[in-house]
Design a protein around this ligand. Structure first.
Ligand code: GAL
Length: 997
């Protein structure tokens, strides 16, 4: 025995004990759904933070004295005064790594611990009969509850409920409630989700009267038989006797505990979230649940809802608000649900923990399929080769089983929950089977999901994350590589397949959504896919001088952190939809509109709903010529679920192309517009476009002016061609009245987060390849300048230091009139290139104070930005934005804001308008409909160097990119890079532009 034993400051939770002194987990009725009285204990509590778990504070201390302060509950103490001050430590972000030594179940002596106090009023009537119960919906991570100085319970499971019977400790009137919450505990090891480490009582606390004979727990099963159109209902009630069940809308009143045939019902689905009030009464309490009749089944590798195969067009949602962390308000929960519906998301995985229960009420009501995920992740053991992983340690079994049981008991009455997930990234091991069995024992009606064990031995769906499209295609066909264990392999082949995560939405991206979703649509076995993730977790903070910004890992002085990896959502932290979300809406659209390869002039319209016809949508077609609607009409068709129709321009507008000027670029557009005015992204339920004809250049159409101005010498020894002035070496120095600081070809962009990463299957990341090719340090050498007839021809070579990769350039300037000039720019790469290039085009830096306010009108794809592999949300038309509004202020600055297919653009510069017309644009053998246009008030170098948006300052120049092509976006930050058809290879490019200034 050692002489002295250091007292363990965490004596109550150093061992692996399940919660003690707590009641059985109970379902959570919706707000106000029970007639038993309840108080929400939100608002101001007293609080005091101690550096160790052994706070030395008496639970009988009411917190009125010195050293205590006010704190809002629910909330995280680290965010108590965010974004202004950090009185109780700061948020910390790690993705995989534990921020404490891996020493399970022990934790460091230094363990920030919050002591909470408040008084609660217990009405005398509550003590006349029944029990008084305190309920915590979420406390991170371990906590101890005392009432009137008496310690009653210890609990954990940060995103799970805890109920404590306080009846014998309270009296009528004011009572002192004390809660001690530690930041770290044994349970930290199973809560290693990729998010901020934030502590405290962050969800509702309620004090409720549980009447004698009240409804303690309800197990509700509302099935739907799609063959007969009828439902069955079974409600089992714990607590009370002679419980009765009424369904007013069905005129039904029956005893609980029996399965009853309820006759014809309207089924629940995410498309038609019909809910029926189910009123459960015991002598002591009446609770109204909202039931959806629906049956989820897995058969022959297909998941069905109400007999119909459904597809899950999903997102992963962590709970997050920039000033509140996971203490999200009900208003934010509703905002999330409505934003998802608006953007055609039909499924949500509650990554990686059960959400606030109100979120599920909203999913029931508004219609979202939910994969409800257990609060379990042990990812930090992966870096140790999974040594000591709790998932594979029998000592942890009771705790892990307790967690899934509490989730299922809380949430099983929700129609929206269609699948249980055992957790995330917790490896494989003996406890997976135990958890799956525990779930099935409580609820045999829903399939079980878990990605962490690819054998799929214990689950009902085969789940993976970030698998490449090639592999998903193999799995879809049932041709995937075999799992080593033959029996497990055979079983796995019978299961539906889901991508529980794909398309890492970090920064500008994801690219390539269409390819994945096409696989979901094409293969019955591919059930669906969930984008990672819903929102950037940027925490609202300020610089020393008070400038607000959203911080990521490392912005809070963390000793270990994972930087920008926390900013990987479809929403910016303030819930502004990113271009990625708009693209997702276009790809998930319930009415799909797509060109048909090999069939010019045709758009195929497909009803992608499982249950709904397109009767609620008008199918509007338009021929858009040079941005204007040249002809429009409606297709009078109602498509049944799964049905499709082809819209051919020759059928709907047979003469339109012959009536148009040959110079016009024309597109066919079809949009499904809701008849009921529902609020959907971009105002439609789906849209698509196909190029009908690229406008012919004026020379070919005979519209070319006959007299051309010839190049002239300038007083400064340079040259003037139309509106352009060049110096003696051939450098552009003026465009109309605007001075030009820089004009050269460019092949680089400020790397996106995806560019900065190396895709799983790649040897080199795109950003690194560009760096190696010297694209970050391009310089132009001008070789020759000469007259060629009425043209001025400048040739040269553009390359970066330390490399022999180069771009040969040839500028041919030809005046059209005094204010107009044609430029034909040819770019020809030479040398051995290490990979792709970011862009191929012409870069101008125009002197322009207040460049962000310059208005840009353009004809091309818009109004949203578009990239080679993210261009479904943009439609042809005539659009207008300021330079500032063209851009996206990503939490971590990077390339953004490109507009493709631009045939014409006008920039209202201070010295007068500059118009750019794209007469011909080619990359390799590909003829593009227009240029890719990007305009911003700072350089790409500044953009790449900025760590946060507020660091970017306009530099007095308008940086204008006119590109023949730009590289796609991909998803390399986590998963595959840019898919082959969106990779920009170093190949010849030609830009034939007409500039008027
Ligand atoms: C997954 C993980 C997510 C998140 C993502 C990367 O592996 O499940 O929680 O970390 O990677 O952002």
């Amino acid at each position: 025995m050692p002489d002295t034993v250091v007292p363990d400051p965490t004596p109550t939770h150093e061992s692996l004990t399940p919660p003690t002194g707590v009641r059985d987990a109970r379902f959570r009725p919706a707000d106000g759904a029970s007639d038993a009285p309840e108080q929400r204990l939100e608002g101001t509590w007293r609080f005091r933070l101690s550096p160790t778990a052994d706070t030395g504070l008496d639970p009988a201390d009411d917190g009125a004295g010195p050293g205590w302060a006010d704190l809002e509950v629910p909330g995280h103490w680290q965010l108590a005064e965010a974004p202004d001050a950090w009185p109780y430590g700061r948020p910390a972000y790690t993705n995989v790594l534990y921020p404490i030594p891996v020493d399970p179940p022990r934790v460091p002596h230094e363990n920030p611990t919050g002591e909470y106090r408040r008084t609660v009023d217990v009405p005398a009537a509550w003590l006349a009969g029944g029990r008084v119960v305190l309920r915590f919906e979420g406390v991170d991570s371990w906590f101890e509850v005392a009432v009137n100085g008496r310690v009653l319970a210890q609990s954990h499971g940060s995103r799970l409920p805890t109920e404590v019977d306080v009846t014998d400790a309270v009296h009528a009137g004011a009572n002192l409630l004390a809660v001690r919450v530690t930041q770290w505990s044994a349970h930290t090891y199973v809560e290693d989700q990729d998010q901020w480490w934030l502590s405290g009582i962050f969800r509702d606390v309620t004090l409720a009267h549980r009447p004698a004979g009240g409804v303690e727990h309800v197990t509700l099963r509302a099935d739907y038989d799609h063959m007969t159109g009828t439902g069955t209902l079974r409600v089992d009630v714990e607590g009370g006797s002679d419980a009765r069940v009424r369904v007013p809308d069905l005129g039904l009143e029956v005893a609980a505990g029996a399965t009853v045939d309820v006759g014809v019902v309207e089924p629940w689905s995410a498309e038609h979230p019909r809910l029926y009030d189910v009123v459960v009464s015991t002598g002591g309490e009446t609770v109204t649940l909202r039931a959806g009749f629906r049956t989820v089944a897995v058969a022959d590798g297909v998941l069905t809802v109400n007999g119909a195969p459904v597809k899950l067009y999903g997102v992963n949602r962590h709970e997050f608000e920039p000033t509140r962390g996971r203490a999200v308000t009900r208003a934010t929960m509703l905002e999330d649900v409505l934003l998802m519906k608006r953007h055609h998301v039909n499924a949500v995985r509650t990554s990686h923990a059960p959400p606030h229960p109100h979120f599920l009420d909203l999913c029931d009501e508004h219609g979202l399929y939910v994969v409800d995920e257990n609060d379990l992740e042990t990812h930090g053991f992966e870096v140790l080769g999974w040594r000591g992983n709790p998932t594979d340690d029998p000592a942890w079994e009771p705790l892990l089983v307790d967690r899934v049981q509490r989730m299922v008991r809380r949430d099983a009455h929700h129609a929206s929950v269609v699948m249980w997930s055992l957790g995330n990234e917790a490896g494989a091991g003996v406890n997976v089977g135990a958890m799956a069995a525990a779930v099935r024992a409580l609820d045999p009606t829903r399939p079980v999901h878990y990605e962490g064990d690819w054998s799929s031995a214990h689950v009902d769906v085969y789940s993976r994350m970030y698998a490449a499209t090639e592999e998903v295609a193999l799995i879809g066909r049932g041709d995937e590589p075999a799992w080593p264990d033959a029996a497990a392999d055979a079983r796995r082949r019978t299961l539906p397949f889901v991508l529980c995560e794909y398309a890492h939405a970090m920064g500008n991206g994801p690219g390539g959504l269409t390819e994945y979703v096409d696989l979901v649509d094409a293969h019955p076995r591919v059930l669906g896919a969930f984008v990672w993730e819903w929102i950037d977790h940027g925490i609202a903070t300020r610089t020393a001088d008070g400038t607000p910004f959203h911080g990521y890992g490392g912005d809070f002085g963390e000793e270990l952190h994972d930087g920008t990896f926390i900013a990987d959502g479809l929403l910016l932290p303030d819930r502004t939809p990113s271009p990625g979300l708009l693209e997702l809406a276009a790809v998930y659209a319930p009415v799909g509109v797509r060109p048909v390869p090999g069939r010019p002039g045709v758009l195929l319209v497909r009803n992608r709903y499982a249950f709904t016809s397109t009767a609620h949508a008008r199918l509007v077609w338009e021929v858009v010529a040079d941005g204007d609607v040249a002809a429009t009409g409606e297709v009078e068709t109602v498509l049944a679920p799964g049905g499709s129709t082809a819209v051919h321009v020759d059928d709907v507008a047979p003469d339109v192309l012959t009536d148009l000027s040959p110079a016009a670029t024309a597109w066919l557009v079809v949009r499904a517009v809701p008849r009921d005015g529902r609020d959907v992204a971009a105002g439609h339920l789906g849209a698509g476009h196909v190029l009908l004809r690229r406008g012919a250049a004026p020379a070919a159409t005979g519209t070319e002016p006959t007299s051309r101005a010839t190049p002239a010498a300038t007083a400064a020894g340079g040259h003037r061609v139309g509106s352009v002035e060049l110096d003696a070496t051939g450098r552009v120095v003026r465009l109309g009245g605007t001075r030009v600081r820089l004009a050269r070809v460019d092949a680089w962009r400020a790397p996106t987060d995806n560019d900065r990463a190396r895709a799983w299957a790649a040897d080199v990341g795109d950003g690194d390849a560009w760096e190696r090719a010297g694209l970050t340090r391009l310089h132009e050498r001008l070789d020759t300048i000469e007259r060629d007839g009425d043209a001025l021809v400048v040739t040269g070579r553009t390359a970066g230091a330390a490399t022999d990769c180069a771009l040969r350039v040839r500028y041919e300037w030809r005046a059209v009139d005094d204010r107009t000039v044609d430029l034909t720019l040819r770019i020809a790469p030479e040398g051995r290139w290490p990979g792709s290039v970011a862009r191929l085009g012409w870069l101008l830096a125009l002197e322009q104070p207040g460049a962000g306010d310059v208005v840009v009108d353009w004809t091309g794809l818009g109004p949203h930005e578009s990239y080679a592999d993210s261009a479904r949300a943009a439609l042809p038309g005539r659009w207008r934005h300021t330079v500032d509004a063209l851009g996206t202020r990503y939490t971590h600055p990077q390339e953004n804001g490109a507009r493709r297919g631009v045939t014409h653009a006008r920039l209202d510069l201070a010295a007068g308008p500059l118009t750019v017309t794209a007469l011909d644009v080619r990359h390799g053998t590909h003829a593009a409909p227009g240029v890719e246009l990007t305009a911003r008030p700072w350089s790409d170098t500044a953009l790449a160097a900025a760590a946060h948006p507020h660091e970017l300052a306009p530099d007095g120049l308008l940086w204008l990119h006119l590109d023949a092509a730009q590289h796609g976006l991909g998803s390399a930050a986590c998963g595959p890079g840019v898919l082959p058809d969106a990779v920009l290879h170093p190949a010849t490019a030609t830009l034939h532009l007409r500039l008027h200034a």
